[in-house]
Design a protein around this ligand. Sequence first.
Ligand code: HDE
Length: 711
Amino acid sequence: MAKKKSITTSGKLSKKIENLAPHTEEGVDQFLTTNQGLRINDNQNSLKAGERGATLLEDFILREKITHFDHERIPERIVHARGEGAHGYFQVYESMAKYTKAGFLQDPGKQTPVFVRFSTVAGSRGSSDLARDVRGFAVKFYTDEGNYDLVGNNVPVFFIQDAMKFPDFVHAVKPEPHNEIPQAASAHDTFWDFVSIAPESMHMIMWVMSDRAIPRSLRMMEGFGVHTFRFINAAGKSSFVKFHWKPILGVHSVAWDEAQQISGKDPDFHRRDLWNAIETGAYPEWELGVQIVAEKDEHKFPFDLLDPTKLIPEEVVPVIRIGKMVLNRNPDNFFAETEQVAFHPGHLVPGIDFTNDPLLQGRLFSYTDTQLSRLGSPNFHEIPINRPVSPVHNNQRDGHMRQTINRGETAYEPNTISNGCPFQAKAKEGGFTAYEERIDAKKIRGRSDSFFDHFSQATLFYNSQSEVEKNHIVNALRFELGKVTRPDIRVRMIGLLTQVDTSLAARVAEGLGIKVPAKPELPMNQVRPADADVKKYEPRTVKQQITASPALSMANTIKNTIVSRQVAFLVADGVTGADVNKMKADLQAAGAQVQLIAPRLGKIKGIDGEADQSFLGAASVLFDAVYIPGGAASAATLKNDATALHFVNEAFKHCKAIAVSGEGIDVLRETYLPDGKKEPGLLINAGSKDFIKAIAQHRFWERETGPGIPA
Ligand code: HDE
């Protein structure tokens, strides 16, 4: 991949270096030094008593280097440890002043810088990108009024309703404590034990068992703020708001079998895809959407707006697209930026505020606390990636690794010695004021009655899926519960699934070889307070406004572009150069990327270029589509190459578009692909136009309903 940036290694400092932000260091045209700025003369040898003698303790250069190395790791995030980030900007389409006074949502001419970090939740920092998991979608807006963080996920609801349950939930999904198995996977006893007695998680379970949990690309997934927030306008009027990110490329996923293979073939698949897209100028884009609910309509829904296990269907309250985010720059340094970035749902700007969602309320405590142990100091806001672009003036002082040199005699407010500076800002001067919400209540530990409908939105989600998507949910549940070793957990889960959809429960039970229990067991005594009113804690079903929401199905997503899609051309000596050149030019013109895969690397007879990869290093699961050009000799080689045949079979099994030209058909005849039968997405001697259309469809999932092929 050609890097856009070029760095001069000789002569004067390059322009790039002159323009570096404070604290950015680039060791070009510079002497090697110690951390004290002393120039180093020998970086190859430690100081010894004679050439073969013992190393001397006085070697302060060696000791400084090794000490720094010993401390290079910081604790990884307890959740969302595996992640990748990118810089970009956000721009609002038109002023949102009617609803919010947030400065970055006023002026369509203004670009607000952002840093985004995507993540998986359960795995460690080195785990595979393609784990079945929720994806974090955290955006830091560097606004003129301070940093605003929208710390969301790619799923609009959550597993639990109250922050009190978060450590339990995370302990259950993380590797089991006795043997630290399995890594980055929910398919194990403790996770399903937790879920099987926590019916509030059933809506989220539907989402994570769906293909939403195995995205094709981070660039092809939605994002959600999950909780209900508030917008506040200049007149102090509040409206409820739910945030959405809508990807311009549509919402697409891979197949589960594919996900598992990608985890081995390229565990950095999503990270690489994001990086390459930005390096090649295919900048990822999302529109920011909002669902706005007037304050007076708070109780007009069959669920509680404060309940984070519920969504507002888009068909009930439309998503208004209010601006666009573009990611156009990769980080310079993974650790300094992606690892050290510190998000917090409590990083707010005037015009945006919280609701009393009990999960959100708990998060407001957690994020600063976690940075203290992860980044090691209350001065984490001074790390370059965390610094606001607006000035910081306060009387907070000192602490580990303090960077700011605060001048002056006073470190308190109010004061007279420093003329009262820094002083408070009135609301009209941009001072943040919390929304004045009326609270008149008893102090209790408990949950509102309006939180106990745990199933109807799980059913709504399931009902909204296409047949193929439903099949994938059934198979995901069979897979996950198949890995559970305790039979009682499986039985309880089937009991819960019957509350969502009886046919779903029956199909999963059949796959597990068990019967649907006559009376579902809901051991609620496990999940209610010891002295609770039993009746109150029984789950109930409340009729929803709609029975299916087309917006919840990925089958209805955008399918009009092949920008940044990866297409494999299978070639060998003697390939028809004209086929390769024409198809490549047409696909590239439509924004796709082409790689030539051959039995070996090097020059290929018939074309000017060289193979990009051999079958040894390539795999069909890393591509979106396959093309086999003509050429008798090339086809003769490929049809006798088992890896080439496997490549095609597997691409077909994963429902990808496949095109062949001329003698390329001879290769197909050696595969398991249905011979001569018209198959969706299998194009024989069709032009590039049809192939482009087919790739844009993403997948031909209907193939899965056939007998399948043994790839
Ligand atoms: Fe987080 N979460 N979370 N979370 N979360 C963290 O903060 C926490 C929740 C989310 O890329 C931690 O800096 C609690 C919901 C993302 O750096 C920690 C509760 C949603 C990221 C934490 C939740 C999220 C985190 C770990 C329930 C979607 C990664 C490291 C009360 C709306 C941000 C860190 C990044 C990270 C706590 C629930 C999203 C421990 C206590 C719901 C995207 O503070």
